[in-house]
Design a protein around this ligand. Structure first.
Ligand SMILES: Cc1cc2nc3c(=O)[nH]c(=O)nc-3n(C[C@H](O)[C@H](O)[C@H](O)COP(=O)(O)OP(=O)(O)OC[C@H]3O[C@@H](n4cnc5c(N)ncnc54)[C@H](O)[C@@H]3O)c2cc1C
Length: 548
Protein backbone atom coordinates (compact mmCIF):
# COMPACT_ATOMS: atom_id res chain seq x y z
CA UNK A 1 0.00 0.00 0.00
CA UNK A 2 2.90 2.36 0.75
CA UNK A 3 3.14 5.27 -1.67
CA UNK A 4 -0.04 4.36 -3.54
CA UNK A 5 -1.97 7.23 -5.09
CA UNK A 6 -5.76 7.74 -5.12
CA UNK A 7 -7.97 10.63 -6.15
CA UNK A 8 -9.66 10.89 -2.76
CA UNK A 9 -8.77 9.57 0.66
CA UNK A 10 -11.61 9.39 3.17
CA UNK A 11 -10.46 9.11 6.79
CA UNK A 12 -13.12 7.32 8.86
CA UNK A 13 -16.03 5.18 7.61
CA UNK A 14 -18.71 6.62 9.88
CA UNK A 15 -22.00 8.37 9.16
CA UNK A 16 -20.30 10.97 6.96
CA UNK A 17 -17.42 8.86 5.61
CA UNK A 18 -19.64 6.12 4.17
CA UNK A 19 -21.76 8.71 2.34
CA UNK A 20 -18.60 10.22 0.85
CA UNK A 21 -17.28 6.80 -0.17
CA UNK A 22 -20.51 6.00 -2.00
CA UNK A 23 -21.10 9.33 -3.70
CA UNK A 24 -17.48 9.91 -4.83
CA UNK A 25 -16.94 6.37 -6.14
CA UNK A 26 -20.16 6.51 -8.16
CA UNK A 27 -18.04 8.05 -10.90
CA UNK A 28 -15.78 5.17 -12.05
CA UNK A 29 -13.10 7.71 -12.93
CA UNK A 30 -12.55 8.50 -9.23
CA UNK A 31 -10.28 6.20 -7.26
CA UNK A 32 -11.34 6.37 -3.65
CA UNK A 33 -9.62 4.97 -0.58
CA UNK A 34 -11.42 4.72 2.76
CA UNK A 35 -9.35 4.20 5.90
CA UNK A 36 -11.23 3.03 8.99
CA UNK A 37 -9.55 2.52 12.36
CA UNK A 38 -12.09 -0.07 13.50
CA UNK A 39 -12.64 -3.64 12.33
CA UNK A 40 -15.16 -4.92 9.78
CA UNK A 41 -18.78 -4.65 11.00
CA UNK A 42 -19.14 -8.41 11.12
CA UNK A 43 -20.73 -9.00 14.51
CA UNK A 44 -24.45 -9.93 14.31
CA UNK A 45 -25.10 -7.57 17.23
CA UNK A 46 -24.83 -4.60 14.85
CA UNK A 47 -27.78 -5.91 12.86
CA UNK A 48 -30.01 -6.55 15.88
CA UNK A 49 -31.70 -3.27 16.85
CA UNK A 50 -32.40 -4.49 20.39
CA UNK A 51 -28.72 -5.25 21.05
CA UNK A 52 -27.80 -1.59 21.70
CA UNK A 53 -26.47 -2.30 25.22
CA UNK A 54 -23.90 -4.79 23.89
CA UNK A 55 -21.82 -1.96 22.45
CA UNK A 56 -21.65 -0.09 25.72
CA UNK A 57 -19.43 -2.91 26.98
CA UNK A 58 -17.52 -3.56 23.75
CA UNK A 59 -13.91 -2.50 23.53
CA UNK A 60 -13.62 -3.72 19.94
CA UNK A 61 -16.42 -1.65 18.36
CA UNK A 62 -16.47 1.34 20.68
CA UNK A 63 -13.76 3.94 21.26
CA UNK A 64 -15.15 4.13 24.81
CA UNK A 65 -13.84 7.59 25.61
CA UNK A 66 -14.13 9.16 29.03
CA UNK A 67 -14.51 12.85 29.72
CA UNK A 68 -12.40 14.80 32.19
CA UNK A 69 -13.98 14.42 35.62
CA UNK A 70 -15.67 17.23 37.51
CA UNK A 71 -16.11 17.08 41.31
CA UNK A 72 -19.86 17.60 41.52
CA UNK A 73 -20.83 15.64 38.39
CA UNK A 74 -21.42 11.90 38.87
CA UNK A 75 -19.53 12.19 42.16
CA UNK A 76 -16.33 13.06 40.33
CA UNK A 77 -16.39 10.05 37.98
CA UNK A 78 -15.60 10.66 34.30
CA UNK A 79 -18.55 10.50 31.92
CA UNK A 80 -18.54 7.59 29.48
CA UNK A 81 -18.55 8.79 25.85
CA UNK A 82 -19.28 5.92 23.46
CA UNK A 83 -18.34 6.27 19.75
CA UNK A 84 -18.61 3.62 17.08
CA UNK A 85 -15.36 2.11 15.82
CA UNK A 86 -16.15 -0.04 12.79
CA UNK A 87 -17.59 0.35 9.29
CA UNK A 88 -20.59 2.62 9.84
CA UNK A 89 -18.95 4.43 12.77
CA UNK A 90 -21.41 5.59 15.40
CA UNK A 91 -24.34 4.68 13.12
CA UNK A 92 -23.36 1.04 13.79
CA UNK A 93 -23.88 1.38 17.54
CA UNK A 94 -26.48 4.13 17.85
CA UNK A 95 -30.09 3.95 18.99
CA UNK A 96 -31.31 4.48 15.38
CA UNK A 97 -33.72 7.34 16.17
CA UNK A 98 -34.29 9.33 12.97
CA UNK A 99 -34.54 13.05 13.71
CA UNK A 100 -33.47 16.06 11.66
CA UNK A 101 -33.92 18.85 14.16
CA UNK A 102 -35.77 22.12 13.84
CA UNK A 103 -35.77 24.28 10.71
CA UNK A 104 -34.38 27.21 12.72
CA UNK A 105 -31.21 25.22 13.58
CA UNK A 106 -30.07 25.38 9.98
CA UNK A 107 -31.40 28.87 9.32
CA UNK A 108 -29.21 29.88 12.26
CA UNK A 109 -26.15 28.29 10.61
CA UNK A 110 -26.80 30.41 7.56
CA UNK A 111 -27.35 33.52 9.70
CA UNK A 112 -23.90 32.90 11.22
CA UNK A 113 -22.48 33.47 7.73
CA UNK A 114 -22.63 29.97 6.27
CA UNK A 115 -24.19 30.63 2.90
CA UNK A 116 -26.13 27.65 1.52
CA UNK A 117 -26.77 25.92 4.85
CA UNK A 118 -30.31 27.07 5.66
CA UNK A 119 -33.02 24.45 6.08
CA UNK A 120 -34.60 24.88 2.67
CA UNK A 121 -31.23 24.28 1.01
CA UNK A 122 -30.52 21.21 3.16
CA UNK A 123 -33.95 19.63 2.79
CA UNK A 124 -33.19 18.09 -0.65
CA UNK A 125 -30.17 16.30 0.88
CA UNK A 126 -32.25 14.92 3.75
CA UNK A 127 -34.78 13.72 1.19
CA UNK A 128 -32.18 12.29 -1.22
CA UNK A 129 -30.70 10.21 1.57
CA UNK A 130 -34.04 8.76 2.71
CA UNK A 131 -36.56 6.10 1.82
CA UNK A 132 -39.38 6.61 4.29
CA UNK A 133 -41.68 3.69 4.92
CA UNK A 134 -44.60 6.13 4.73
CA UNK A 135 -43.59 7.19 1.22
CA UNK A 136 -42.28 10.46 -0.13
CA UNK A 137 -43.83 13.89 0.33
CA UNK A 138 -42.87 17.51 0.80
CA UNK A 139 -40.55 16.52 3.69
CA UNK A 140 -39.61 12.92 3.00
CA UNK A 141 -37.74 10.94 0.37
CA UNK A 142 -38.84 7.64 -1.15
CA UNK A 143 -35.76 6.43 -2.98
CA UNK A 144 -32.66 7.20 -0.90
CA UNK A 145 -30.24 4.65 0.59
CA UNK A 146 -31.27 5.17 4.23
CA UNK A 147 -34.42 3.29 5.18
CA UNK A 148 -36.58 5.01 7.79
CA UNK A 149 -39.38 3.04 9.40
CA UNK A 150 -42.15 3.33 11.93
CA UNK A 151 -41.86 1.59 15.23
CA UNK A 152 -44.00 -1.36 16.22
CA UNK A 153 -44.79 -0.48 19.83
CA UNK A 154 -43.61 -3.22 22.17
CA UNK A 155 -44.40 -1.76 25.56
CA UNK A 156 -47.79 -0.58 26.85
CA UNK A 157 -46.15 1.98 29.09
CA UNK A 158 -45.08 3.87 25.93
CA UNK A 159 -48.75 4.58 25.25
CA UNK A 160 -49.05 5.90 28.81
CA UNK A 161 -46.29 8.38 28.00
CA UNK A 162 -48.25 9.75 25.06
CA UNK A 163 -51.53 9.80 26.98
CA UNK A 164 -49.73 11.43 29.92
CA UNK A 165 -48.24 14.13 27.69
CA UNK A 166 -51.70 14.90 26.37
CA UNK A 167 -53.26 14.91 29.84
CA UNK A 168 -50.51 17.31 30.95
CA UNK A 169 -51.53 19.68 28.16
CA UNK A 170 -48.86 19.00 25.55
CA UNK A 171 -49.59 18.32 21.87
CA UNK A 172 -49.03 15.03 20.10
CA UNK A 173 -47.34 14.74 16.71
CA UNK A 174 -47.08 11.84 14.30
CA UNK A 175 -44.00 13.14 12.48
CA UNK A 176 -41.24 15.05 14.25
CA UNK A 177 -39.57 15.55 10.85
CA UNK A 178 -42.63 16.88 9.08
CA UNK A 179 -45.01 19.77 9.64
CA UNK A 180 -45.09 19.52 13.44
CA UNK A 181 -41.81 19.21 15.31
CA UNK A 182 -43.31 20.09 18.69
CA UNK A 183 -45.13 17.49 20.76
CA UNK A 184 -44.91 13.92 21.99
CA UNK A 185 -44.98 10.96 19.64
CA UNK A 186 -43.43 7.79 18.37
CA UNK A 187 -40.00 8.14 16.83
CA UNK A 188 -39.08 6.77 13.41
CA UNK A 189 -35.96 4.63 13.07
CA UNK A 190 -33.20 3.68 10.65
CA UNK A 191 -34.30 0.06 10.72
CA UNK A 192 -35.20 -2.08 7.71
CA UNK A 193 -36.92 -5.47 7.90
CA UNK A 194 -35.99 -5.89 11.55
CA UNK A 195 -32.31 -5.03 11.07
CA UNK A 196 -30.31 -1.86 11.68
CA UNK A 197 -29.93 0.33 8.62
CA UNK A 198 -26.71 2.13 9.50
CA UNK A 199 -24.64 3.90 6.87
CA UNK A 200 -22.48 0.88 6.24
CA UNK A 201 -25.54 -1.09 5.10
CA UNK A 202 -27.18 1.89 3.39
CA UNK A 203 -24.21 3.50 1.64
CA UNK A 204 -20.95 1.59 1.91
CA UNK A 205 -21.80 -2.06 1.24
CA UNK A 206 -23.69 -1.34 -2.01
CA UNK A 207 -20.63 0.58 -3.27
CA UNK A 208 -18.03 -1.97 -2.21
CA UNK A 209 -18.45 -3.99 -5.42
CA UNK A 210 -17.03 -1.03 -7.34
CA UNK A 211 -13.43 -1.62 -8.39
CA UNK A 212 -12.58 2.07 -7.88
CA UNK A 213 -13.40 1.94 -4.14
CA UNK A 214 -10.92 0.44 -1.70
CA UNK A 215 -11.82 0.11 1.99
CA UNK A 216 -9.13 -0.66 4.55
CA UNK A 217 -10.17 -1.61 8.11
CA UNK A 218 -8.02 -1.50 11.24
CA UNK A 219 -6.18 1.28 9.46
CA UNK A 220 -5.56 4.03 11.96
CA UNK A 221 -4.63 7.39 10.43
CA UNK A 222 -1.77 9.03 12.33
CA UNK A 223 -1.36 12.28 10.47
CA UNK A 224 -1.94 14.17 7.25
CA UNK A 225 1.11 14.65 5.02
CA UNK A 226 1.62 18.22 3.80
CA UNK A 227 3.77 19.77 1.10
CA UNK A 228 3.86 23.33 2.38
CA UNK A 229 0.20 24.17 2.91
CA UNK A 230 -1.08 21.50 0.56
CA UNK A 231 -2.43 18.24 1.99
CA UNK A 232 -1.05 15.50 -0.25
CA UNK A 233 -1.47 12.27 1.65
CA UNK A 234 -1.91 10.51 4.97
CA UNK A 235 0.12 8.20 7.10
CA UNK A 236 -1.62 5.27 8.74
CA UNK A 237 -0.81 2.14 10.70
CA UNK A 238 -2.31 -1.23 9.86
CA UNK A 239 -1.20 -4.52 11.42
CA UNK A 240 1.70 -2.72 13.05
CA UNK A 241 3.03 -1.43 9.70
CA UNK A 242 3.24 2.23 8.78
CA UNK A 243 1.93 3.22 5.33
CA UNK A 244 1.83 6.45 3.36
CA UNK A 245 -0.83 7.01 0.71
CA UNK A 246 -1.41 10.01 -1.50
CA UNK A 247 -4.41 11.84 -2.94
CA UNK A 248 -4.34 13.61 -6.29
CA UNK A 249 -7.55 15.50 -5.49
CA UNK A 250 -8.46 15.84 -1.80
CA UNK A 251 -8.23 14.36 1.66
CA UNK A 252 -11.54 14.21 3.49
CA UNK A 253 -11.42 13.90 7.27
CA UNK A 254 -14.55 12.14 8.57
CA UNK A 255 -13.29 10.93 11.95
CA UNK A 256 -16.09 12.42 14.09
CA UNK A 257 -16.19 15.15 16.72
CA UNK A 258 -13.47 13.72 18.98
CA UNK A 259 -11.09 12.27 16.40
CA UNK A 260 -11.20 14.79 13.55
CA UNK A 261 -9.75 17.64 15.64
CA UNK A 262 -7.18 15.17 17.01
CA UNK A 263 -6.04 14.25 13.47
CA UNK A 264 -5.83 17.93 12.52
CA UNK A 265 -3.81 18.83 15.61
CA UNK A 266 -1.44 15.87 15.24
CA UNK A 267 -0.86 17.10 11.67
CA UNK A 268 0.06 20.64 12.70
CA UNK A 269 -3.31 22.37 12.34
CA UNK A 270 -4.57 23.95 15.52
CA UNK A 271 -3.75 26.48 18.17
CA UNK A 272 -0.06 27.29 17.69
CA UNK A 273 0.62 27.46 21.44
CA UNK A 274 -1.07 24.14 22.14
CA UNK A 275 0.78 22.45 19.26
CA UNK A 276 4.10 23.93 20.40
CA UNK A 277 3.52 22.57 23.91
CA UNK A 278 3.42 19.07 22.39
CA UNK A 279 6.36 19.70 20.04
CA UNK A 280 4.19 19.41 16.91
CA UNK A 281 5.49 21.48 13.95
CA UNK A 282 2.94 24.10 12.88
CA UNK A 283 1.31 23.94 9.46
CA UNK A 284 -1.58 26.33 10.08
CA UNK A 285 -2.51 28.27 13.19
CA UNK A 286 -6.25 27.65 13.70
CA UNK A 287 -7.10 28.31 17.35
CA UNK A 288 -10.65 26.97 16.94
CA UNK A 289 -9.62 23.34 16.35
CA UNK A 290 -11.10 21.27 19.19
CA UNK A 291 -12.99 24.22 20.69
CA UNK A 292 -16.76 24.84 20.59
CA UNK A 293 -17.63 21.31 21.79
CA UNK A 294 -21.38 20.93 22.36
CA UNK A 295 -23.40 17.96 23.58
CA UNK A 296 -26.99 17.35 24.63
CA UNK A 297 -26.59 17.31 28.40
CA UNK A 298 -29.16 14.88 29.80
CA UNK A 299 -30.84 14.08 33.10
CA UNK A 300 -33.57 11.62 33.99
CA UNK A 301 -36.56 10.85 36.14
CA UNK A 302 -36.43 7.20 37.20
CA UNK A 303 -39.62 5.61 38.54
CA UNK A 304 -40.11 2.06 39.74
CA UNK A 305 -43.12 0.30 38.29
CA UNK A 306 -45.98 -1.62 39.89
CA UNK A 307 -46.38 -3.63 36.69
CA UNK A 308 -43.54 -5.81 35.46
CA UNK A 309 -44.16 -5.50 31.71
CA UNK A 310 -41.18 -3.33 30.81
CA UNK A 311 -37.58 -4.36 30.10
CA UNK A 312 -35.48 -5.77 32.91
CA UNK A 313 -32.51 -8.08 33.27
CA UNK A 314 -33.92 -9.43 36.55
CA UNK A 315 -35.19 -13.06 36.67
CA UNK A 316 -38.73 -12.10 35.51
CA UNK A 317 -37.39 -9.93 32.70
CA UNK A 318 -34.86 -12.49 31.48
CA UNK A 319 -37.54 -15.17 31.49
CA UNK A 320 -39.71 -12.98 29.27
CA UNK A 321 -36.80 -12.26 26.94
CA UNK A 322 -36.27 -15.87 25.82
CA UNK A 323 -39.38 -16.10 23.61
CA UNK A 324 -38.40 -12.72 22.11
CA UNK A 325 -34.99 -14.06 21.15
CA UNK A 326 -36.57 -17.09 19.49
CA UNK A 327 -39.13 -14.88 17.73
CA UNK A 328 -36.39 -12.59 16.42
CA UNK A 329 -34.27 -15.47 15.14
CA UNK A 330 -37.29 -16.96 13.36
CA UNK A 331 -39.06 -13.88 12.04
CA UNK A 332 -36.88 -10.76 12.60
CA UNK A 333 -39.84 -9.37 14.52
CA UNK A 334 -40.62 -8.60 18.14
CA UNK A 335 -38.83 -6.55 20.77
CA UNK A 336 -35.34 -7.23 19.44
CA UNK A 337 -36.38 -5.83 16.05
CA UNK A 338 -36.86 -2.38 17.58
CA UNK A 339 -34.83 0.21 19.40
CA UNK A 340 -35.52 0.32 23.12
CA UNK A 341 -36.26 4.08 22.84
CA UNK A 342 -39.59 4.20 21.05
CA UNK A 343 -41.37 7.33 22.21
CA UNK A 344 -40.28 10.82 23.04
CA UNK A 345 -41.09 14.46 22.81
CA UNK A 346 -39.85 17.90 21.79
CA UNK A 347 -41.30 20.37 24.25
CA UNK A 348 -40.79 23.83 25.69
CA UNK A 349 -39.19 23.97 29.11
CA UNK A 350 -41.22 27.09 29.87
CA UNK A 351 -44.06 28.91 28.10
CA UNK A 352 -41.89 31.88 27.06
CA UNK A 353 -39.66 29.68 24.86
CA UNK A 354 -40.33 29.98 21.10
CA UNK A 355 -38.99 26.70 19.76
CA UNK A 356 -38.98 23.49 21.86
CA UNK A 357 -35.77 23.50 23.88
CA UNK A 358 -35.97 20.04 25.51
CA UNK A 359 -36.14 16.55 24.05
CA UNK A 360 -37.40 13.51 25.93
CA UNK A 361 -36.43 9.89 25.38
CA UNK A 362 -38.83 7.72 27.32
CA UNK A 363 -37.73 4.12 27.95
CA UNK A 364 -39.54 1.19 29.61
CA UNK A 365 -36.62 0.35 31.88
CA UNK A 366 -34.47 1.90 34.58
CA UNK A 367 -31.71 3.35 32.43
CA UNK A 368 -28.67 5.26 33.64
CA UNK A 369 -24.97 5.43 32.74
CA UNK A 370 -25.53 4.30 29.14
CA UNK A 371 -27.28 1.13 30.38
CA UNK A 372 -24.13 0.11 32.27
CA UNK A 373 -25.81 0.33 35.69
CA UNK A 374 -26.83 -3.33 35.83
CA UNK A 375 -28.28 -3.17 39.36
CA UNK A 376 -30.74 -0.55 38.14
CA UNK A 377 -31.49 -2.59 35.01
CA UNK A 378 -32.42 -5.59 37.14
CA UNK A 379 -35.34 -3.66 38.65
CA UNK A 380 -38.68 -2.82 37.04
CA UNK A 381 -39.47 0.72 36.07
CA UNK A 382 -39.38 3.42 33.43
CA UNK A 383 -37.14 6.38 32.74
CA UNK A 384 -37.86 9.72 31.20
CA UNK A 385 -34.64 11.26 29.91
CA UNK A 386 -34.63 15.00 29.29
CA UNK A 387 -31.92 16.86 27.42
CA UNK A 388 -31.12 20.49 26.69
CA UNK A 389 -31.53 20.83 22.94
CA UNK A 390 -29.50 23.97 22.26
CA UNK A 391 -26.97 24.24 25.08
CA UNK A 392 -25.05 27.47 25.50
CA UNK A 393 -22.09 25.88 27.31
CA UNK A 394 -19.01 25.21 25.19
CA UNK A 395 -16.35 22.64 25.93
CA UNK A 396 -13.22 21.44 24.19
CA UNK A 397 -11.27 18.49 22.85
CA UNK A 398 -7.51 18.76 23.27
CA UNK A 399 -4.43 16.62 22.87
CA UNK A 400 -3.08 14.68 25.81
CA UNK A 401 0.19 14.23 23.93
CA UNK A 402 1.63 14.05 20.41
CA UNK A 403 1.09 10.30 20.45
CA UNK A 404 -1.89 9.40 18.17
CA UNK A 405 -2.62 6.38 20.40
CA UNK A 406 -3.38 8.61 23.40
CA UNK A 407 -7.10 9.41 23.64
CA UNK A 408 -7.96 13.09 23.50
CA UNK A 409 -8.99 15.07 26.58
CA UNK A 410 -12.72 15.77 26.51
CA UNK A 411 -13.90 18.64 28.64
CA UNK A 412 -17.64 19.30 28.21
CA UNK A 413 -17.65 22.29 30.54
CA UNK A 414 -21.34 21.60 31.24
CA UNK A 415 -23.31 24.38 32.94
CA UNK A 416 -20.63 27.00 32.29
CA UNK A 417 -23.62 28.85 30.83
CA UNK A 418 -26.19 29.11 33.62
CA UNK A 419 -29.15 29.00 31.21
CA UNK A 420 -28.46 25.30 30.54
CA UNK A 421 -29.04 24.41 34.20
CA UNK A 422 -32.30 26.35 34.16
CA UNK A 423 -33.55 24.57 31.04
CA UNK A 424 -32.59 21.16 32.44
CA UNK A 425 -34.28 21.75 35.80
CA UNK A 426 -37.43 23.08 34.11
CA UNK A 427 -37.31 20.08 31.78
CA UNK A 428 -37.29 17.72 34.76
CA UNK A 429 -40.37 19.54 36.07
CA UNK A 430 -42.10 19.02 32.69
CA UNK A 431 -41.22 15.31 32.78
CA UNK A 432 -42.56 15.01 36.33
CA UNK A 433 -45.79 16.69 35.24
CA UNK A 434 -46.29 14.08 32.51
CA UNK A 435 -45.36 11.17 34.79
CA UNK A 436 -47.78 12.41 37.47
CA UNK A 437 -50.83 12.16 35.19
CA UNK A 438 -53.56 9.59 35.54
CA UNK A 439 -52.13 7.77 32.51
CA UNK A 440 -49.34 6.44 34.73
CA UNK A 441 -51.51 5.50 37.74
CA UNK A 442 -51.37 1.78 37.00
CA UNK A 443 -47.55 1.90 36.71
CA UNK A 444 -46.30 4.49 39.18
CA UNK A 445 -44.57 3.14 42.25
CA UNK A 446 -41.79 5.42 43.50
CA UNK A 447 -39.72 8.17 41.90
CA UNK A 448 -36.26 6.94 42.84
CA UNK A 449 -34.49 9.77 41.02
CA UNK A 450 -34.33 12.77 41.46
CA UNK A 451 -36.59 11.58 44.31
CA UNK A 452 -39.44 13.19 46.16
CA UNK A 453 -37.13 15.18 48.44
CA UNK A 454 -35.60 17.08 45.49
CA UNK A 455 -38.01 20.00 44.97
CA UNK A 456 -36.10 23.29 44.84
CA UNK A 457 -34.16 24.24 41.69
CA UNK A 458 -30.90 23.72 43.57
CA UNK A 459 -31.90 20.27 44.84
CA UNK A 460 -33.09 19.13 41.40
CA UNK A 461 -29.94 20.43 39.71
CA UNK A 462 -27.64 18.65 42.13
CA UNK A 463 -29.58 15.39 41.66
CA UNK A 464 -29.37 15.86 37.87
CA UNK A 465 -25.61 16.26 38.20
CA UNK A 466 -25.37 13.11 40.31
CA UNK A 467 -26.63 11.04 37.38
CA UNK A 468 -25.77 13.42 34.55
CA UNK A 469 -25.84 11.80 31.12
CA UNK A 470 -25.15 12.46 27.44
CA UNK A 471 -27.26 11.72 24.39
CA UNK A 472 -24.05 10.89 22.46
CA UNK A 473 -24.37 13.91 20.17
CA UNK A 474 -21.03 15.73 20.43
CA UNK A 475 -20.54 18.31 17.67
CA UNK A 476 -18.77 21.54 16.85
CA UNK A 477 -15.04 20.95 17.30
CA UNK A 478 -14.14 21.85 13.68
CA UNK A 479 -16.85 24.41 13.27
CA UNK A 480 -17.90 25.85 9.95
CA UNK A 481 -17.73 29.63 9.67
CA UNK A 482 -15.61 32.59 8.80
CA UNK A 483 -14.74 34.05 12.20
CA UNK A 484 -11.39 33.68 13.96
CA UNK A 485 -12.45 30.41 15.67
CA UNK A 486 -13.84 28.74 12.54
CA UNK A 487 -12.00 25.69 11.24
CA UNK A 488 -13.72 25.09 7.89
CA UNK A 489 -15.47 27.37 5.44
CA UNK A 490 -18.96 26.85 4.04
CA UNK A 491 -17.55 24.30 1.57
CA UNK A 492 -16.04 22.48 4.55
CA UNK A 493 -12.51 23.28 3.35
CA UNK A 494 -10.02 23.73 6.18
CA UNK A 495 -9.07 27.40 6.42
CA UNK A 496 -5.54 28.29 5.35
CA UNK A 497 -4.57 25.00 3.68
CA UNK A 498 -5.35 23.27 0.38
CA UNK A 499 -6.96 19.97 -0.61
CA UNK A 500 -8.31 19.23 2.88
CA UNK A 501 -11.89 19.16 4.15
CA UNK A 502 -13.52 18.02 7.36
CA UNK A 503 -16.89 16.39 6.76
CA UNK A 504 -18.71 15.05 9.82
CA UNK A 505 -20.65 16.16 12.91
CA UNK A 506 -17.68 18.24 14.09
CA UNK A 507 -18.39 20.95 11.49
CA UNK A 508 -21.76 21.93 12.99
CA UNK A 509 -21.38 25.45 14.33
CA UNK A 510 -24.23 24.83 16.76
CA UNK A 511 -25.92 21.63 17.87
CA UNK A 512 -29.13 20.70 16.09
CA UNK A 513 -32.34 20.20 18.08
CA UNK A 514 -32.36 16.43 18.16
CA UNK A 515 -30.40 13.32 17.31
CA UNK A 516 -27.45 13.93 15.04
CA UNK A 517 -27.15 10.98 12.66
CA UNK A 518 -29.55 12.24 9.97
CA UNK A 519 -28.06 15.78 10.06
CA UNK A 520 -24.53 14.33 9.67
CA UNK A 521 -25.64 12.27 6.68
CA UNK A 522 -27.26 15.33 5.09
CA UNK A 523 -24.06 17.32 5.68
CA UNK A 524 -22.09 14.61 3.87
CA UNK A 525 -24.60 14.44 1.01
CA UNK A 526 -24.17 18.18 0.47
CA UNK A 527 -20.39 17.96 0.87
CA UNK A 528 -20.16 15.18 -1.73
CA UNK A 529 -21.88 17.39 -4.23
CA UNK A 530 -19.49 20.25 -3.45
CA UNK A 531 -16.40 18.01 -3.72
CA UNK A 532 -17.53 16.69 -7.11
CA UNK A 533 -18.36 20.20 -8.31
CA UNK A 534 -14.93 21.51 -7.38
CA UNK A 535 -13.34 18.57 -9.22
CA UNK A 536 -15.31 19.69 -12.28
CA UNK A 537 -14.04 23.25 -11.82
CA UNK A 538 -10.42 22.02 -11.56
CA UNK A 539 -10.77 20.08 -14.85
CA UNK A 540 -12.19 23.15 -16.59
CA UNK A 541 -9.38 25.40 -15.37
CA UNK A 542 -6.75 22.78 -16.37
CA UNK A 543 -8.31 22.60 -19.85
CA UNK A 544 -8.35 26.37 -20.07
CA UNK A 545 -4.67 26.59 -19.21
CA UNK A 546 -3.80 23.92 -21.81
CA UNK A 547 -5.83 25.73 -24.47
CA UNK A 548 -4.52 29.21 -23.55
C1 LIG B 1 -24.29 5.15 21.57
C2 LIG B 1 -24.78 6.16 20.58
C3 LIG B 1 -26.15 6.32 20.38
C4 LIG B 1 -26.62 7.27 19.45
N1 LIG B 1 -27.94 7.31 19.13
C5 LIG B 1 -28.37 8.07 18.09
C6 LIG B 1 -29.68 7.97 17.59
O1 LIG B 1 -30.49 7.18 18.07
N2 LIG B 1 -30.03 8.77 16.55
C7 LIG B 1 -29.16 9.65 15.99
O2 LIG B 1 -29.55 10.38 15.07
N3 LIG B 1 -27.90 9.76 16.44
C8 LIG B 1 -27.47 8.96 17.44
N4 LIG B 1 -26.17 9.00 17.82
C9 LIG B 1 -25.28 10.00 17.21
C10 LIG B 1 -24.90 9.70 15.76
O3 LIG B 1 -24.73 8.31 15.55
C11 LIG B 1 -23.62 10.48 15.44
O4 LIG B 1 -23.87 11.86 15.60
C12 LIG B 1 -23.11 10.26 14.01
O5 LIG B 1 -22.98 8.89 13.74
C13 LIG B 1 -21.76 10.96 13.88
O6 LIG B 1 -21.23 10.72 12.61
P1 LIG B 1 -19.74 11.13 12.24
O7 LIG B 1 -19.57 10.80 10.82
O8 LIG B 1 -19.49 12.51 12.69
O9 LIG B 1 -18.82 10.21 13.16
P2 LIG B 1 -18.78 8.63 13.35
O10 LIG B 1 -20.01 8.01 12.79
O11 LIG B 1 -18.47 8.39 14.78
O12 LIG B 1 -17.60 8.16 12.42
C14 LIG B 1 -16.24 8.40 12.62
C15 LIG B 1 -15.48 7.21 12.07
O13 LIG B 1 -14.12 7.55 11.91
C16 LIG B 1 -13.31 6.50 12.40
N5 LIG B 1 -12.03 7.10 12.79
C17 LIG B 1 -11.83 8.01 13.75
N6 LIG B 1 -10.53 8.35 13.82
C18 LIG B 1 -9.89 7.65 12.86
C19 LIG B 1 -8.54 7.56 12.42
N7 LIG B 1 -7.56 8.28 13.00
N8 LIG B 1 -8.22 6.72 11.40
C20 LIG B 1 -9.20 5.99 10.78
N9 LIG B 1 -10.50 6.03 11.17
C21 LIG B 1 -10.84 6.85 12.18
C22 LIG B 1 -14.11 5.95 13.55
O14 LIG B 1 -13.70 4.66 13.94
C23 LIG B 1 -15.51 6.00 13.00
O15 LIG B 1 -15.83 4.84 12.27
C24 LIG B 1 -25.68 8.09 18.76
C25 LIG B 1 -24.31 7.92 18.97
C26 LIG B 1 -23.86 6.96 19.86
C27 LIG B 1 -22.37 6.78 20.05
Amino acid sequence: MTNKQFDYIVVGAGSAGCVMANRLSKNPANNVLVLEAGPLDKTPFIKIPGAFAYFMFSKKYNWGYESESVDDIRSGSPMFCPRGKTLGGSSAVNAMVYIRGHKSDYDHWQALGNEGWNFDELLPYFKNSETNQRGGDEFHGDSGPLYVSDVVNDYKVNDSFLAGAQQAGYPLTNDFNGHQFEGAGYYQFTIKDGERCGVSRAYLKPAMTRTNLQVECEASVQRIIFQGKKAVGVEYIQNGKRHSVYAAQEILICGGTFNSPQTLMLSGIGDKHELASHGIPLVQDLPGVGKNLQEHVDACVLTTSLKKDGFSIGPVGLGKMLPDIVKYIRTKKGKLANSITQVGAFLKSSPDVEVPDIQMHFVPLLFDDNGRDLRLLAGHGYSCHVCVLRPKSRGSVSLRSANPQDPVKIDFNFFSAEEDAKVLVNGIRVARKILATQAFDEYRDEEIHPGADAQSDEEILQKCKDRLGLVYHPVGTCKMGNDAMAVVDNELKVHGVENLRVIDASIMPTLTSGNTNAPTIAIAEKAAKMVLASQGKKVVSQLESVLA
